[in-house]
Design a binder for this molecule. Structure first.
Ligand SMILES: [Zn+2]
Length: 173
């Protein structure tokens, strides 16, 4: 188990693009330090084109789009869940570390610059100038992530038990 956790944390930042249905997940991924482009247009073709051009992995709940990705030489993560916490679990399985990492603006995906304001560490978006700091909102998100990490650990243990008894094995993907 410890090894698995380690492997996850070694993973580097990847480029993603979410479809319009998953914008909330996209903003969360930015909070986790991931580079998530805003979708341009609404068609699958436009998404595939952007993903290919910028070497981004598409994140979608659309099975049709998922199936179109190999033909377009684009990587894709198919999200099964509708709840944001379950979607984040799925992204953790895809290698995204579940910890806050202020690198990207949640609004515009611009790069954040660390600044010091009145003795407090803050981050400012280089593009839209939005400010971020470790306030109440931040702590709330930390708690949400903590709960998801706990859930993930429990799931892993359950899967281990299920494999041992050959019961309740969940096939994914
Ligand atoms: Zn911004």
């Amino acid at each position: 188990m410890e090894k698995r956790e380690l492997k996850v944390f070694e993973d580097t930042v990847q480029g993603y693009v979410v479809d319009l249905m998953l914008m909330r997940l996209g903003r969360w991924l930015r909070l986790l330090g991931q580079d998530v482009a805003n979708p341009v247009g609404e068609s699958d073709e436009e998404l595939l084109h952007l993903a290919k051009k910028e070497s981004r992995t598409i994140i979608t709940r659309d099975k049709g789009l998922f199936k179109a990705c190999p033909g377009a030489d684009v990587q894709c993560v198919l999200i099964q869940s509708s709840a944001i916490s379950d979607q984040l679990l799925e992204m953790a399985d895809a290698g995204v570390p579940l910890r806050l990492d202020p690198q990207r603006c949640t609004l515009c995906n611009g790069l954040l610059e660390e600044i010091e304001m009145l003795g407090t560490k803050k981050w400012q978006c280089l593009d839209c100038k939005k400010l971020y700091w470790e306030g109440g909102h931040w702590k709330k998100m930390e708690r949400i992530l903590q709960a998801i990490r706990r859930q993930r650990k429990e799931n892993a243990q359950q899967t281990g038990n299920a494999n041992a008894t050959e019961n309740h094995i969940q096939a994914k993907g």
